[in-house]
Design a protein around this ligand. Structure first.
Ligand code: V47
Ligand code: SF4
Length: 374
């Protein structure tokens, strides 16, 4: 065999893994069996090198970020996901927070004159905050700041709002679109497998419902993201099944921008006895996701969850996006024990973080239009 860089790098791997490497270099889609084999047998350097190859082929040295801030309308929630450290049941709502439309508009006003491009709005599922409350919120933000991209509400929140309003998914989506919604975030997907869902988030929207809402969003001409909560009680097969369902919907609609793996954090929740997976397992997952999700343009490492140093490292394992400046406005991870207790980074800090690992920072808007290269 000729000693090329490629076959030197992979020469110790099994023939089956070598076949996967060949497929990746040829730009061929990996099967579910390939994905499973990578999880079972692919060591970090093997999957990482392949993922970096794919990342660089698609995006070169670019690493995307945006200037955004979060609004969390409430942490009161009718559901009781066992992994959630953040929510408070309605019966204990005095321990939580509930923002009015005016409160939230005042948060938006704090950014007047600042070059933020996106507001990200997600929270618990409050029984009194209905579709029309949120439509009013969208209208108020849109009227105040017409250029701001509003990325709001997970499929879990939407499913509840639409059902309570007795509207079909398409009708509900239309109401919010007309009020000013631009796209939706990827939360609530967790792990699609129904047996796992039954154990970790039994009472909220199921896989089919989650996927149907994203499909309706795409059909209405909007984009969305997709997440996967990993590293708890799921198996490798469940991860592949999850990513495969997303890949199939993406083949159909092309409406997903970004895949965001979310590492299960075990601080202060009903799954605290489940140990967290290692950092090596995190980066293997990012790498395999980059290889398997061939029709997802972007792979995001959410830095408030990973921490800054690990987010930097993730850029060597297929990741091309590290979300945004955020500005200390999200609590979902700090309450679950993430390193970043007050997540905020200035644009300068984000740019430096990316440059330190010899990548090119590219500021983007929500839809990945380039705003500025650094
Ligand atoms: O669905 C909750 C996760 C998600 C824990 O689309 C936890 O740009 C780990 O979806 N350990 C909500 N994860 C957040 C989310 C998100 C975040 C950033 C960007 C985007 C985007 C979306 O947070 C939930 C759940 O999967 N989560 N608790 C926990 N203990
Ligand atoms: Fe509610 Fe979301 Fe927490 Fe589940 S993860 S309990 S839906 S806030």
């Amino acid at each position: 065999m000729k000693a090329t860089a490629e076959n030197v790098l992979f020469r110790h791997e099994s023939p089956a893994l070598q076949t996967i490497a060949d497929k990746v270099y040829a730009g061929e889609r990996l099967t579910e069996e390939d994905g499973l084999l990578l999880f079972e047998k692919g060591n970090l350097s093997f999957v990482g090198a392949l993922a970096n190859h794919v990342k660089e082929k698609r995006h070169g040295d670019a690493v995307f970020f945006n200037r955004n801030f979060h609004i969390e309308p409430t942490n009161v929630c009718v559901f009781s996901c066992n992994f959630c450290s953040y929510s408070r049941l309605y019966a204990h709502r005095e321990e939580g927070w509930e923002l009015s439309v005016d409160d939230m508009l005042n948060i938006v006003k704090k950014y007047d004159g600042q070059p933020v491009t996106e507001v990200h709005i997600v929270g618990g599922v409050h029984p009194k905050m209905n579709l029309y409350f949120f439509a009013d919120l969208l209208k108020a933000i849109r009227a105040h700041r017409p250029d701001l991209h509003i990325k709001a509400f997970t499929a879990v929140e939407l499913d509840y709002m639409f059902r309570k309003a007795k509207l079909s998914v398409d009708e509900g989506v239309q109401v919010l679109k007309e009020a000013g919604l631009n796209s939706i975030p990827g939360g609530g997907a967790e792990i699609f497998d129904s047996a796992i869902r039954e154990k970790i988030c039994a009472d909220k929207v199921d896989a089919e419902g989650w996927l149907a809402i994203h499909e309706a969003i795409h059909n209405a001409g909007m984009h969305s993201n997709a997440t996967m909560l990993y590293g708890h009680i799921e198996t490798y097969q469940h991860r592949i099944d999850h990513m495969s369902r997303l890949r199939r919907l993406q083949d159909k609609t092309g409406g997903f921008n970004t895949f965001i793996p979310l590492k299960f954090r075990n601080g202060d929740n009903d799954m605290s006895s489940v140990p967290e997976v290692s950092v090596v397992e995190d980066f293997r997952l990012y790498s395999i996701a980059r290889l398997f999700m061939d029709n997802f343009p972007h792979l995001k490492a959410y830095w408030p969850m990973l921490g800054r140093k690990n987010a930097q490292l993730a850029l060597a394992f297929g990741v091309d996006d590290i979300d945004g400046t955020i500005d200390d406005t999200t609590k979902i991870y700090s309450m679950a024990g993430a390193e970043e207790q007050n997540p905020a980074m200035s644009t300068d800090e984000l740019v430096t973080l990316i440059k330190q690992v010899k990548r090119k920072p590219v500021e983007r808007d929500t839809l990945y239009n380039v705003i500025r290269e650094y």
